[in-house]
Design a protein around this ligand. Structure first.
Ligand SMILES: Cc1cc2nc3c(=O)[nH]c(=O)nc-3n(C[C@H](O)[C@H](O)[C@H](O)COP(=O)(O)O)c2cc1C
Length: 735
């Protein structure tokens, strides 16, 4: 419900709210500009002094008004003609026309009434009401996403658009609520819905036929500082009983010009004062810094709209192919999906269709939206979760574990977790396992013991579905045939071959990148955006199951490069290493943001062996700012499989590679990378102590030996690989 409340007004009102936000942000500059543009009165100046100064230049003075910015405007009637000017309070001289600053009337009319008088005012007020609804529901959604009110300011996780949306909301929501509440108040005041009629003093007449006192002989004018003045109306020269009318923040008074006595007065009531404060808070008039801050917050609105829409579209993309999706609050079976590449959604669809066909009311949605309060009629939860990084959650589901752990009580309906992973990774289905144990920790009853699906195995899935059917007493036996991923055609431009002499035939393959469409560029789909360290899924001929290779180049390089070692009998590596320039493969990019050098100038220690040097070479190629990068590279023999040999020399000469250390396992004194690390223990300890990041890429055994060697080195500075990992300074890409 809350999500709908946040989303639908969001879409409907996007345009209106954007107009209000842009014009509001632009208008917020005016109070500050006006404050800078007008000369300010000295602090000792009184209303009497000011009136005397203006009157000496304009004997027919009728009225003086002072705006909260300090801008003083005077009106007079001289030689049968009315006149008006902005006044320098220091001299009483005219310094310019009292017309509003250029553009401000246009912007004000657009902001306040969309050039449509009362109708426009009501539409603008509706925009403010929608802004308020969005802001308040947004405050709740941030709390929900972060895992509770006490975590409202905690570190954000997950995809960039979602993180930016939360960060901007946290910055801007206070100001947006303030601006919309004050706008609503001002509209209510405009339509006389607030009893804020200006207080008026009782009518009074001056003593006739007395000569006028000088301004400084009238106590009320002589004792009121000029910066407290709002308006002073002078008695009309043709009416002997007319009075001064002095308006200040404290109220309104009628003053006898002959005696100087106060004839009557009135002080503003609660609502009049409240309206005045609302106007100040909304416009920034009298509080230019607040105005600028509110303007800055209003400027977040377009970015919030964009990132909000992007998240909504991403959610829509994943669930749109679920047919007959029951509402979350009506469903008896809730299927929650954590996926990065989308294949788990395919399994979820098959499960959804199977359960629906068996008569169940099923709701399927992203695990990221999990909130027990949403599922009033749930009788069971089925969580389908893939694993990424080093046993971690897919990006969209980051933070879910913390949210489960933060639940005050476990949902009453039991849960079954089905993990999707790949046994060739060291942490097989580790995220699903973490979900299972987080559920157990809070006492969430298990519907079925956790099961796993290895490499999208239809058999594993069918087996689990039968177990589920047995528990639910439904005839479930689901066959899911994984869909072929959407691929691009890549043409080989060049290849360089290494390692044949040392029984490690390896090739660096460089492919042309097809020109991305505008849509792909805007949404980052296809091959529009990739970095070294991301992955390419290659579909070998004769199989729909992709094989992943780490990228050794980024989209900016203008080509896509991978290192492939030919494995005896390997389907994909065989086809790739047989490719001739001009031939093509089918592939798709999978982002791997966990394996990238952090931003900044801190040193990076790159450790790789064999084809593992591929992404590390990509990092070096992109190191145009020459941050210190140290490469430890394990190969078999220098003349045979030292991949990127020529480039490594160039990069070193140009400063992109600070230091290269090689270790050869079949040449001279045989050594491995871990030996080279141990030999450099003191230097490495120093680099890590100064904040260096470690990135390891290569085979599983090499990574384990490197971890052992680094554990010894880290112990000397009171660190472990685990502590560095927790800080995000130890990343592995292992196969
Ligand atoms: C970069 C990357 C890292 C992965 N890490 C793991 C892992 O640590 N453990 C695991 O069991 N599976 C791992 N996998 C395999 C995926 O979890 C598996 O292919 C899953 O079916 C993908 O589901 P999805 O397409 O819905 O994201 C990884 C896959 C990739 C591409």
């Amino acid at each position: 419900m809350l999500r709908h409340l946040h989303r639908w007004p969001g879409l409907l009102a996007a345009l209106l709210v954007l107009v209000l936000a842009f014009t509001g942000a632009a208008l917020s500059l005016y109070p500050a500009l006006e404050r800078l543009a007008v000369p300010q009165a000295e602090s000792t100046l009184t209303v009497a002094d000011l009136a005397a100064r203006v009157a000496s230049a304009h004997p027919g003075l009728e009225q003086i008004r002072r705006a909260p910015s300090g801008r003083v405007v005077a009106w007079w009637f001289e030689g049968g003609r009315p006149g008006a000017a902005v006044i320098d309070p220091a001299t009483g001289a005219d310094i310019g026309s009292p017309d509003p600053l250029p553009g401000s009337r246009f912007l004000t009319d657009l902001h306040r009434e969309l050039f449509a008088d009362d109708t426009g005012r009501l539409v603008a007020a509706a925009g403010a009401a929608l802004m308020l609804a969005l802001s308040i529901s947004g405050v709740w959604l941030v709390a929900r996403r972060m895992g509770g009110w006490n975590r409202w300011f905690a570190r954000t996780r997950g995809p960039f658009a979602g993180r930016l949306h939360v960060e901007l909301s946290r910055f801007a929501v206070g100001g947006l609520i303030l601006s919309s509440v004050t706008a609503l108040w001002m509209t209510a005041s405009m339509f006389s819905l607030v009893p804020d009629v200006a207080a008026e003093p009782a009518p009074a007449l001056a003593t006739a036929n007395l000569p006028r006192l000088a301004y400084d002989q009238i106590p009320a004018l002589a004792n009121t500082p000029a910066d407290a003045l709002k308006e002073l109306s002078l008695p009309s020269s043709g009416d002997p009983t007319d009075t001064f009318k002095l308006t200040t923040a404290g109220g309104v008074a009628l003053i006898d010009p002959g005696t100087g006595g106060m004839l009557s007065s009135a002080t503003p009531g609660f609502f009049e004062k409240a309206t005045e404060i609302m106007i100040m808070l909304h416009t920034g008039q009298g509080a230019p810094v607040l105005g600028l801050l509110l303007g800055l917050m209003a400027l977040s609105v377009p970015a919030l709209a964009l990132t909000g829409a992007q998240q909504w579209l991403a959610g829509l993309r994943s669930t749109r192919r679920i047919r007959r999706n029951a509402r979350a609050d009506a469903a008896e079976t809730v299927v929650l999906v954590a996926s990065e590449g989308g294949t788990t959604w395919g399994f979820a669809r098959t499960l959804h269709d199977g359960l629906t066909a068996a008569g169940q009311k099923v709701h399927t949605g992203p695990l990221a939206t999990f909130d027990p309060a949403r599922y009033a009629h749930a009788r069971r939860f089925l969580i389908l979760a893939a694993t990424y990084g080093e046993g971690e959650a897919p990006t969209a589901a980051k933070g879910v574990l913390e949210r489960i752990a933060a639940l005050k009580s476990a949902p009453t309906a039991p849960v079954a977790v089905l993990g999707f992973g790949d046994r060739s990774f060291p942490h097989f289905c580790a995220f699903a396992e973490s979900l299972r144990s987080a559920a157990a920790q809070i006492g969430w009853a298990e519907l079925l013991p956790m099961a796993t699906v290895d490499r999208q195995s239809p058999q594993d899935f069918a087996r689990w579905s039968r177990d589920l059917g047995a528990v639910l007493t439904l005839p479930l036996d689901l066959t899911h045939l994984p869909e072929r991923p959407k691929t691009s055609t890549l043409t080989l431009i060049s290849r360089r071959d290494y390692g044949a002499e040392v029984q490690a035939p390896t090739s660096i393959l460089r492919f042309a990148v097809p020109q991305p469409t505008l849509w792909q560029r805007l949404t980052g789909q296809g091959l529009a955006r990739f970095e070294a360290g991301d992955l390419i899924g290659v579909l070998p001929k004769g199989s729909d199951l992709p094989r992943f290779y780490s990228l050794a180049s980024s989209a900016q390089d203008g080509f896509l490069e991978i290192c492939v070692r030919r494995h005896p009998g390997g389907l994909c590596s065989g086809q790739l290493t047989d490719l001739r320039p001009g031939e093509t493969i089918e592939g798709f990019v999978r982002l791997n943001p966990a394996f990238r050098p952090h931003k900044g100038r801190k040193p990076v220690i790159l450790i790789g062996a064999g084809t593992g040097v591929g992404p590390l070479a990509g990092f070096l190629r992109a190191n145009r700012r020459h941050r210190p990068m140290h490469l430890y590279f394990g190969a078999r023999a220098p003349q045979s499989d030292l991949l990127y040999d020529a480039e490594l020399r160039d990069w070193q000469a140009e400063g992109q590679l600070a230091k290269l250390t090689t270790a050869y396992s079949r040449h001279g004194q045989k050594t491995y990378v871990q030996d080279a690390l141990r030999a450099d223990a003191a230097e490495l300890a120093r680099l890590i102590g100064s904040g260096a990041q470690i990135m390891v890429c290569g085979g599983r055994e090499m990574a384990a030996s490197v971890r052992d060697a680094l554990a010894e080195i880290l112990a000397t500075i009171g660190q472990t690989p685990a502590t560095l990992k927790a800080e995000g300074r130890y990343a592995e890409d292992v196969y």
